[in-house]
Structures are given as structure tokens and as C-alpha cells.
Ligand binder design. Structure first.
Ligand SMILES: Cc1cc2nc3c(=O)[nH]c(=O)nc-3n(C[C@H](O)[C@H](O)[C@H](O)COP(=O)(O)O)c2cc1C
Length: 260
């Protein structure tokens, strides 16, 4: 029952062997993860769409900003916040309707994330590798349409899954003192910010500078001289794209029945 070795072995995997995942293994992992994760009100307002077909994966690859692992991995799991099924049930039983609002979006999206991470652990326990696809949030409408999701159902996150073909080193995390608070929140000071990020600024910077001459030249062209600058540059999390995609998300939540 000791989960520490499993957690310590976690690495995001971005290179996969072509071997398929046995269908019965996948079924069991998903069923265990679904049964073994908490769910708000036990309403289970989530759905997962399995994409294995090579042609359909090619389209998902485009929607996930052409991250090569989407093509390489034999499976993509798209975890959806789904209040549609519950609302159909309520309608069919003549009960009062609900779950077409922002709270319900969060309830269902949290359930979807809990299910995704429980699935991730169950997959890793079987020796499978995975990587989350944050691009899900930036292509939400297109992914929803491609997977033919009904109203009140939107993708919250995705996992690419397969047998690992790499053994990357463990990635660092911010030190415990930075994020673990007793009783009340301890605001960081300039000195503690320096301490919190110092190791990352060395290792992270070195990792991105090792991505090849072309990438380094682009960093230099954009005048990026630190890890902090890199993170909000056009090469990583550009504020303008986040702003634009936030507007798109708001419009989509309204259109698909999670906002008035
Ligand atoms: C919600 C979420 C979205 C992510 N999206 C991506 C992604 O689009 N591409 C990618 O290569 N890694 C993605 N990752 C993986 C992170 O980069 C990775 O978890 C982090 O660098 C720490 O590395 P580790 O998972 O190996 O410990 C994502 C992780 C999370 C939790």
C-alpha cells in the first residue's frame, strides 16, 4: 500500500514505442481509476474519449499544436467535464434541471481532472507512460467538435499514453517551504523568491538552452536572458495568447451551456 515508490518514479513521457496497449488492460485501468477516485456528489459528471485510430490521432496532433508524441503514442485519452448525461437523466425523470452554470463547469472539470490523475497513477503502476496535454485548453472548441461532444460537455485535459521509449531524469519541484503553509498563508519576500527559484533558474535555463542552436538563436532574437523572461515569452506562455484564448473559453462556456 506504499505509494511513494510509484510517485517518485513519475516522469512525463514524450517518446513512445509503437506497441499497442492491450484493450482489457486499458479497460481495467480506467474502471479502477473511475471507481477509485472521489467524485462530487458521486454524480460522475465526466466522460473520457479514447482515440486510437491513426487518422483521428493525426487530427488531434494538429489540434495539440503538433506535439510529436500525439502521433507516436498509441492512445490519446480526452477527459471531459460532462453534465449533459446528468441533465438528460434529470429531464427524463421530470426533476428540476441544473448544472448549466459556472459552478457546474468547475464541479465537472474538477471531477475530470481527478479522474485523469487517478488514471495517470493507475497507468504508471502498469509500467505505462503518459504526458498531459495542456494544449487541450487552447483547442477546446475544435477538440469538442472533433470528438462530437454534446452541449454541457467540454474537454478539460488529455493524456497521451503508451509504452515508454525513454527514461528521462526526474524533474525538480519548487522547495516545500515555498508552497506549504501552516495555519495561514506566508507571503514570499524578495529574499525567499530568490531562494525558491534559484535552483530552477540554473537547471531550467540550462535545459532550454540545450534544445538546439535554432531554439537558442530564437531565444536570443527575442532578447530572452532569463528563465522568467522565457516563461512568458512568445516561445512558452505568451500573455496575449492566454488572453485571447481566455476570451474564447468564456464564449465557448456560454455557447455550450455553462454560462448564461
Ligand atoms: C495540466 C498539464 C498540462 C501539460 N501539458 C503539457 C504539454 O502540452 N506538453 C508537454 O510536453 N508537457 C505537458 N505537461 C507536462 C509538464 O511539462 C510536466 O508535468 C512538468 O514539466 C514536470 O515534469 P514531470 O511530469 O516529468 O515531473 C503538462 C502537465 C500538466 C499537469
Amino acid at each position: 500500500m506504499n505509494i511513494s515508490p510509484l510517485l517518485q518514479a513519475h516522469r512525463s513521457i514524450r517518446r513512445y514505442k509503437p506497441d499497442a496497449i492491450p484493450p482489457d488492460l486499458l479497460d481495467r485501468v480506467l474502471q479502477d481509476a473511475f471507481a477509485g477516485g472521489s467524485s462530487s456528489g458521486n454524480l460522475n459528471m465526466v466522460s473520457v474519449v479514447r482515440t486510437r485510430d491513426a487518422e483521428r490521432k493525426r487530427r488531434l496532433y494538429e489540434l495539440h499544436f503538433e506535439q510529436p508524441m500525439v502521433l507516436q503514442a498509441p492512445l490519446v485519452l480526452t477527459f471531459c467535464a460532462d453534465t449533459f448525461r446528468t441533465r438528460e437523466w434529470l429531464t427524463q425523470r421530470g426533476a428540476r434541471l441544473n448544472f448549466d452554470n459556472l459552478i457546474a463547469w468547475h464541479v465537472a472539470a474538477f471531477d475530470a481532472i481527478i479522474f485523469a490523475q487517478t488514471t495517470a497513477l493507475a497507468l504508471e503502476a502498469e509500467g505505462l507512460g503518459l504526458c498531459y496535454m495542456g494544449t487541450t485548453l487552447h483547442s477546446m472548441r475544435e477538440i469538442a467538435d472533433f470528438l462530437e461532444l454534446p452541449p454541457n460537455c467540454l474537454p478539460a485535459t488529455s493524456l497521451v499514453v503508451g509504452w515508454p521509449d525513454e527514461a528521462p531524469a526526474q524533474r525538480d519541484r519548487l522547495p516545500t517551504a515555498a508552497w506549504c503553509h501552516d495555519e495561514v498563508y506566508q507571503r514570499p519576500t524578495p529574499v525567499s523568491i530568490d531562494e525558491t527559484f534559484s535552483e530552477r533558474e540554473v537547471r531550467g535555463w540550462a535545459r532550454y538552452r540545450a534544445l538546439g542552436d535554432e531554439f537558442v538563436a530564437e531565444m536570443d532574437r527575442l532578447g530572452i536572458t532569463s528563465l522568467a523572461q522565457f516563461y512568458t515569452s512568445d516561445l512558452k506562455y505568451a500573455p496575449q495568447r492566454f488572453q485571447e484564448d481566455s476570451e474564447k473559453l468564456r464564449a465557448l462556456l456560454a455557447e455550450r451551456g455553462f454560462l448564461p
